[in-house]
Design a protein around this ligand. Structure first.
Ligand SMILES: O=C(O)CCC(=O)C1=CC=C[C@@H](O)[C@@H]1C(=O)O
Ligand SMILES: [Mg+2]
Length: 324
């Protein structure tokens, strides 16, 4: 880690915002994040509320890298971006997709708690019906066991799948699903990379065909680049339901990776009803120009979280800073 800025300097410039979602995503109705401005740019500290301090400290390292060190050199100026469809009813699919401009790749959430495989199939079918040519990937967030994953992915593969993200929870189960499907559906690891104590364990176990990498949970853009290089697997860059400031760190990662074979999951600002940058970092014509993002003072004020939530985040920042 580079030398940390003084805590007071970080606290002094911190804003806490609450961004309402247009569609509920991973149970979240409004996304709370903290952002601050350092000499190198804006950084976002937005671990999900239930994450503990050890896990959240990595998100802080990423935010401080963006604010005080700046992002590494880029090798491209434009990155392809996928649309993201939460676990909505099929009838809602057209409205969700309408929020995205020119969609070539779609990621669809499946295996949501309380839903059935036929609901997943109906949602994936609705996307395929609207977008016959698009690449479709599904993300189960580890919601299936091995047997369920194998039968679900065999069934969903009739719609044509680019890959399946984290169909099962553990690395051993990922390996078992991958063997059972024998390459008919590619397997991507997300939680098994970003929430693992060893982000390289998946690659060593041969448990996935590709890795999903997110700048904040991995501790920053530079750390994510190292992980991809060491893993030796193709990588998909994705986001963590961030504001445009957080998305810009993902964009910096996508811009700096030597190879970028897949569209990036960086389009999630389109799922939000408010943002703190104008213009927002959303995909146009299926991708994004690489750029830096500056938070807008008026929007920061409009989206400001209540005082008790601001205090909660300031305490969280102090605790996580002490862990770096
Ligand atoms: O990859 C995408 O298309 C969007 C980002 C996305 O799906 C996620 C962001 C944040 C938390 C996760 O539940 C989720 C994911 O699992 O990939
Ligand atoms: Mg995922």
């Amino acid at each position: 880690m580079f030398s940390l800025p003084p805590l007071d300097e970080v606290l002094a410039g911190a804003h806490v915002v609450s961004l309402p979602m247009r569609v509920k995503f991973r149970g979240v109705q409004a996304r709370e994040v903290m952002v601050f401005k350092g000499p190198a740019g804006w950084g976002e500290f937005g671990p999900f509320l239930e994450y503990d301090d050890d896990e959240s400290a990595k998100w802080l390292a990423s935010a401080l890298e963006a604010g005080w060190l700046g992002q590494p050199a880029r090798v491209r100026d434009w990155v392809p971006v996928n649309a993201t469809v939460p676990a909505v009813a099929p009838a809602q699919v057209p409205a969700v997709l309408a929020a995205f401009d020119a969609v070539h790749t779609v990621k669809i959430k499946v295996a949501e708690a309380g839903q059935s495989l036929s609901e997943d199939a109906a949602r994936v079918g609705a996307v395929r019906h609207l977008l016959p040519e698009a690449k479709i990937r599904v993300d189960a967030n580890g919601g299936w066991d091995v047997e369920q994953a194998v039968s679900a992915l065999r069934m969903l593969s009739v719609f044509g799948l680019e890959y399946a993200e984290q169909p099962v929870a553990s690395i051993a189960e990922l390996a078992a699903v991958r063997v059972a499907l024998r390459g008919t559906v590619l397997i991507a690891a997300d939680e098994s990379v970003r929430k693992a104590t060893d982000p390289l364990a998946v690659a060593r176990a041969g448990a996935a065909d590709l890795l999903v990498v997110k700048a904040a949970p991995l501790g920053g853009v530079r750390r994510a680049l190292e992980i991809v290089a060491e893993a030796g697997l193709p990588a998909v860059v994705s986001s963590a339901l961030d504001s445009s400031v957080g998305i810009s760190a993902g964009l910096a990662l996508a811009a700096a990776l030597p190879e970028l074979p897949y569209a990036c999951g960086l389009g999630t600002v389109s799922l939000m009803a408010a943002d703190i940058a104008d213009p927002s970092l959303v995909a146009v014509a299926g991708g994004m120009e690489v750029r830096e993002v500056v938070a807008d003072p008026g929007l920061l004020a409009q989206c400001a979280a209540p005082a008790d939530r601001r205090e909660w985040w300031l305490q969280r920042l102090r605790r996580c800073y002490a862990l770096l």
